[in-house]
Design a protein around this ligand. Sequence first.
Ligand SMILES: Cc1cc2nc3c(=O)[nH]c(=O)nc-3n(C[C@H](O)[C@H](O)[C@H](O)COP(=O)(O)OP(=O)(O)OC[C@H]3O[C@@H](n4cnc5c(N)ncnc54)[C@H](O)[C@@H]3O)c2cc1C
Length: 436
Amino acid sequence: MSQNKITRRDLIKVFGASAVAATGLFGMSAKAYAKGANHVVIIGGGVGGSVCAKYLRFADADVKITMIEQNPEYITCLRSNDVMVGYHTLDELTFNYNTMREKYGINVMIDQVTGVDYDRKTVSTKNGEKVQYDRLVVSPGVDFRFQDYEGLSKELSDTKIPHAYKAGPQTLLLQKQLESIPQGGTAIICPPQNPFRCPPGPYERASLFAEWMQKHNPRGKVLICDPKDRFTKDGPFKKGWERLYGYGTDNSMIEWISGSQGGRVVGVDAKNMTIETDGDDHKGDLINIIPNQQAGKIAQIIGLTNHSGWCPIDRHTMESTLHKDVWVLGDSSIADAMPKSGYAAGSQAKVAAQAIADSLHGRSPGKAIYSNVCYSLAGENYGVSIAAIYEVRDGLIKPKGKSAGVSPITDKPAQPILEAVYQKNWQREFVKDVFS
Ligand SMILES: Cc1cc2nc3c(=O)[nH]c(=O)nc-3n(C[C@H](O)[C@H](O)[C@H](O)COP(=O)(O)OP(=O)(O)OC[C@H]3O[C@@H](n4cnc5c(N)ncnc54)[C@H](O)[C@@H]3O)c2cc1C
């Protein structure tokens, strides 16, 4: 097969003139695809989408790959809690798509996907483009259920009650709010119901807020109002809170109200900075409601979700069980015991990339094995972790053998100090795997 060089005219034929002009598509180092090459279109250039694009390129040098992402840059949620307390800047968490274009020959279109025609195998976008695919990958992250809370809305979360659960302007707003809490004031954090993105995220945030207050607002307090009675790594987290913030004493900087103690939030009065729960009302100087979640909006619009609000998949390949030749990755997918984490999204993306390459070349998919590692901070120098290898067993994704484990609950100082070191190195190297 001849490898023709892609011309501007070819690009305009595939993507339309406005996309080529608006996105600078022609500026990419265009890979010379063979005529009639298979075309994989990926919706979402976050963790799942980017890892899938890169590993699909490794699995198939000739496949044409187009990734459609609505933002020109991606800000990782990983380490975004650290930004709020000054350990990182948002700039350090911001990545562009030059490497995807130049090193891996991925066509990156900056545009918002608005629909999919499964019969015609066509994706349509806000800029009016129609992009044909042979295989489609959808990794759009999460959408927030503001409607589950009286008085809460997207507008309110952008201005006064930020969730800061997609890194960006809300991260900086929450940082500002933390710094503005009067001496002796209260930050309220309200984690969502399961399942949700980054299960340890709210508890790491509470920990880092308490640590920040020790230095800048020593009479301040963090109140966690939770709809649940347990949370991931709760044993080692609470041990860390005892050691660092006096948890369980009258002077604790962190108070956790569980679901059965009336911790579930049902509404917010932003004017009076008060939340209403199943138990008491609570007044805060900062209110961080992290709303319940469901699959990213585009997955709902294009009919990839079921009654649960998430996307069912074939556990062996990550292919949608609702639409053929469509794969769903990351937070939007129903992956059973796997948490909604970046690491999990990347692991699923690698399985999917191989399965897609196999399907394009008429091969049967291999046996799927997934993994997840998740480090969090209970303090800058106090790490806690959870890890597992997963297999498909009895029709579900479950931890394999005795591969699953959580940090020990320990009084020994060395263990959490080491885990904090691992956390920093792990996050840096993981993000490199995604974007370089
Ligand atoms: C505070 C916090 C800390 C975290 N820390 C960690 C951590 O330490 N380790 C870890 O493994 N995970 C962590 N996570 C979780 C991790 O960020 C997510 O699980 C991961 O990003 C999921 O990847 P994804 O591809 O499903 O979604 P995302 O990475 O969110 O990517 C979705 C992409 O799709 C795009 N998109 C959506 N709709 C459209 C559309 N219609 N058209 C075009 N583009 C669209 C979005 O703009 C976005 O870029 C953390 C999360 C939070 C909130």
